[in-house]
Structure formats: structure tokens, C-alpha cells
Design a protein around this ligand. Structure first.
Ligand SMILES: [Zn+2]
Length: 274
């Protein structure tokens, strides 16, 4: 088996991406594919392997098996950490859902964020939301860039709250789920400088008159931050100035993601405690 793998690796390097060694027709593998990717999640698979979900720039979200990845000495090293930016080589198998991951090389790691509990929770939220909203095998350049930018900013600033607000807001926007931010979704009254209101399970924003008991507020500051997210680069937005409204905007965005995907985000609870 080791010999076969070596041959395959050599095949990639010479640019002939075909798997050698599996000669019988039954075991013939499809040509190997290569893509830049972001690791979304991994799970233990059997005794020694890992199931890996990744977002390929050229492939969309794909699930694959990385054999031997749970062994202490393995060829994947630290490439399979959450949100690692990698180059990945894999082969599809005609009869199975899982691709076989053959090789993975680190392009960019987010070590600081991955090894810090608070920051890694932020990364985990990005991972969970991406898994939920991205259909399998559908290329999404916008989401790819958004995830990468968010991970870079968490790593660079050592802070997850603003990048995560930006990520959740843009996920809602890219999903086409963003309601009007300027007027009430029930009566059409403009919010002006007033507070808007929202509730879990409701896709729109309501005014003071239409609000119902138990609704959460979305202040003018939060709505202004949304406007800045739309027009400015994340690394130009100062976290200290954006503090007001930051948490509100993230909360409403997460409510909308949960509403539209009809799922509860597990990482949300963890974020609240750190
Ligand atoms: Zn109203």
C-alpha cells in the first residue's frame, strides 16, 4: 500500500494525475483532482482514519476520508485543523459518497486562533455555519473568500467578535436572506434613528409599534455597522468603534441563519460563555 501511495504522489508531481497500482478494473480510480481548499471539519472515522469536510475553491463542499490521519505519525500532519487553508489532492470513487484524500499541503495556517480556546470557538462557529449553508459540490467563490478573510482577521487581531459578526452578516446577505434595514416589514414605517426589533423565527425587522413582547432590539448603531460591513473592508473597521451594535448584529444574523436553515447552531451556546 505504501508503495502505491508513493507512486501516486510522484504522479502528481510530474503532473500526470492518475492513480497507479490499482490495476484491476474493479479498483480503478478516477483521475486525481487538486484544489485549493479550506478544511471545515473533521471527525474520527474507524480506528485510524478521519472523515474530512472541506470547501474546495474548484469543487465546492466535499467530504472525504483521510486514511491513517489519526495515527500519531501520519502524512497529513497539522493540515487538517479547522479552517486551515490547504492545497488538497483527492480521488473520487464512482460508487461512494466519500472521496479519498491523498495529500494535503498547508498554504496558510491559523495556529494562534486554532490553539486558543476562545478564538477556536469563533473558528468553530464559522465552520458550523459554512457546513449548514453550503450545498455539497457547489462552487462558491464568495463564501470561500469570506471564510478565508474571517479566519485571517481572527488570527491577525486575536479577537473573534467583529470578524464573526461580519461573517454571519455576509452569510445572510449572500444567502439572499437579508430583510430591509430601513423600514418595518409589517407596516412599512421608516426606522430613522429608532430601534428596530426582531424575533427568532421571524425573517424581518419590525418597528416600535409592530413589535411583539419578547422581541430583541437592533439599534441604529447595529444597522449602521451593517452598512459599514457592506461598503468597507473588514480590516479597516476598528473593533473598538464598532463595539456598539456588534453583538446585536451578530445575534440577529445568527437568528436568520437558524431560521432559514431550520437548524440550531451548536456553537452559539459556546460563544455566549466566552
Ligand atoms: Zn411597523
Amino acid at each position: 500500500m505504501i508503495k502505491i501511495f508513493v507512486l501516486r504522489v510522484r504522479a502528481f508531481r510530474t503532473g500526470k494525475c492518475y492513480a497507479f497500482g490499482a490495476s484491476s478494473a474493479r479498483r480503478l480510480l478516477m483521475p486525481a483532482r487538486e484544489t485549493e481548499a479550506i478544511i471545515l471539519k473533521t471527525f474520527p472515522l474507524g480506528e485510524a482514519d478521519r472523515l474530512v469536510s472541506f470547501l474546495g475553491r474548484a469543487s465546492g463542499r466535499v467530504r472525504g476520508a483521510a486514511s491513517g490521519a489519526r495515527r500519531i505519525k501520519n502524512r497529513f500532519g497539522s493540515t487538517l485543523e479547522v479552517l486551515s487553508h490547504v492545497q488538497i489532492w483527492y480521488v473520487e470513487r464512482e460508487t461512494r459518497d466519500l472521496v479519498r484524500i491523498q495529500q494535503c499541503e498547508l498554504l496558510e495556517s491559523f495556529h494562534k486562533a486554532q490553539s486558543d480556546y476562545g478564538l477556536s470557538t469563533g473558528l468553530a462557529a464559522v465552520s458550523e455555519i459554512s457546513e449548514l449553508v453550503l450545498p455539497e459540490h457547489e462552487v462558491s467563490e464568495a463564501m470561500f473568500r469570506l471564510i478565508l478573510l474571517t479566519a485571517r482577521e481572527i488570527e491577525r487581531t486575536g479577537e473573534w467578535t467583529l470578524p464573526l459578526s461580519y461573517f454571519t452578516f455576509w452569510t445572510v446577505r449572500l444567502g439572499g436572506w437579508l430583510p430591509r434595514f430601513d423600514r418595518c416589514s409589517v407596516c412599512g414605517e421608516a426606522f430613522g434613528s429608532g430601534t428596530a426589533f426582531h424575533a427568532e423565527g421571524n425573517p424581518g425587522l419590525l418597528c416600535e409599534n409592530c413589535r411583539r413582547p419578547g422581541m430583541k432590539s437592533l439599534s441604529e448603531a447595529a444597522r449602521r455597522l451593517a452598512e459599514r460591513f457592506t461598503g468597507e473592508r473588514l480590516d479597516r473597521i476598528d473593533a473598538a468603534h464598532a463595539r456598539e451594535g456588534n453583538a446585536q448584529l451578530r445575534e440577529v444574523s445568527m437568528d436568520w441563519i437558524e431560521h432559514h436553515t431550520e437548524r440550531k447552531l451548536n456553537t452559539r451556546r459556546l460563544l455566549e460563555t466566552n
